[in-house]
Write a protein that binds this ligand. Structure first.
Ligand code: PLP
Length: 373
């Protein structure tokens, strides 16, 4: 089945009790035992499992081509379960440009428990020399947040797998429509489902999808069951509902982002545009070789530094000045302002989550903001 069909049908079955064509939300926290004390329907207690969560996990696994999936209460909770699943002392190699929330989670919560290095994963010699006897995980994020750097997924996996090191990929920016890391050989995919999968800026969630259901995956599931970072049945329902339109939304996001990137690139007030779909992107060819589409995220640097960038921000009307991404409405943010004092993100960089408004309106709004006096 193609991804559009999977998105609609993989999780949804007509309800046997009522013939409702849409799965009802099951709010129960506990389920009745059989006479012999077992749970033949598969559910016992809500932290361990719920029909809406199960449906969501089914469609997530199918969209990424995985063997199993686990839905979490946020993207950070999903990332945290991965790090908590590792033996104390494990060394992680992560990209120098990555979502600052997960980088800070490692630095502030796992200091003294795990060790880590943040490097340019495309530097093959550096990657090889950073691997040590304790390295257990390479964490990839591509395209990266907020510099839209592309990591050569297959190359990193080949190097890591030579040493039996697991590879996880944060696929939030690309979505399963933009890139399928498991098919490129990754062991694990992570999503902040708060973003494109949710798609409407109205729910917080995360997901892990695994290539194999062996010991490492069982440990991750144990971390989730014991830690309890689960999404509510209602959030699972809404997410499953949103995923049905994901393929069409991603087409719209990608179409709009490509045209907005092209507009920005020729605008005299713009210093540089970072979008993997532009031939000027330094890794455009690599992006073309591993991505199915380039997605809806772009960043650009405004001429005139921080002040000029702030001026653009304050003049956009359709692009709301807000954090996060992946919703139908366009958002804009000066990332350095929220990444803290040690940020390496240029002060004049604006990150844009390109929404599904008409592209003519978006370009008109951006043009007016760039030219505002
Ligand atoms: N990964 C990326 C690339 C993100 O952009 C985010 C959030 O912005 C996360 C992970 C964390 O997700 P959440 O906010 O759902 O915890």
């Amino acid at each position: 089945m193609k991804i559009e069909t999977l998105a609609i049908h993989a999780a949804n079955h007509t309800d046997t009790a009522t013939s409702a064509v849409i799965q009802p939300i099951v709010l129960a926290t506990t389920f009745e035992r059989d006479a012999d004390g077992g749970y033949s329907k598969g559910y016992s207690y809500s932290r361990a499992g719920n029909p809406n969560r199960n449906a969501l996990e089914t469609v997530l696994a199918r969209l990424e081509g995985g063997a199993d999936a686990a839905a979490f209460s946020s993207g950070n909770a999903a990332g945290m379960a991965v790090f908590q699943s590792l033996k104390p002392g494990t060394h992680i190699i992560a990209p120098s440009d990555m979502y600052h929330g997960l980088r800070n989670q490692l630095k502030e919560l796992f200091e003294g428990i795990l060790t880590f290095d943040f490097i340019d994963l495309n530097d093959e010699a550096l990657l090889r020399s950073t691997i040590n006897a304790d390295t257990g995980l390479v964490w990839i994020e591509t395209p990266s947040n907020p510099l839209l750097k592309i990591t050569d997924v297959k190359k990193v996996i080949a190097i890591a797998h030579e040493r039996d090191i697991k590879v996880a990929c944060d696929n939030t920016f690309a979505s399963p429509l933009g890139q399928q890391p498991l098919t490129l050989g990754a062991d694990l995919v992570m999503h902040s489902t708060t973003k494109y999968l949710g798609g409407h800026s109205d729910l917080t969630g995360g997901a892990l999808i695994t290539a194999q259901t062996g010991a490492w995956w069982q440990r991750i599931l144990q971390v989730q069951q014991m830690g309890g970072a689960i999404p509510s049945p209602s959030d699972c329902y809404w997410l499953t509902r949103s995923i049905k339109t994901l393929p069409y939304r991603m087409r719209g996001h990608t179409h709009n982002a490509q045209l907005l990137a092209q507009f920005l690139e020729q605008h005299p007030q713009v210093e540089q545009v970072l979008y993997p779909g532009l031939p000027s992107h330094p890794q455009h060819e690599l992006a073309k070789s591993q991505m199915l589409s380039f997605g809806g995220m772009l960043s650009f640097m405004v001429k005139g530094g921080q002040e000029a960038a702030e001026k653009v921000l304050s003049h956009t009307k359709l692009f709301t000045s807000a954090t996060s991404l992946g919703g139908v409405e366009s958002l804009i943010e000066r990332r350095a302002a929220i990444e803290g004092p040690d940020t390496k993100t240029p002060q004049n960089l604006l990150r844009v989550s390109v929404g599904l408004e008409h592209i003519d309106d978006l370009i008109e709004d951006m043009q007016a903001a760039l030219e505002a006096r």
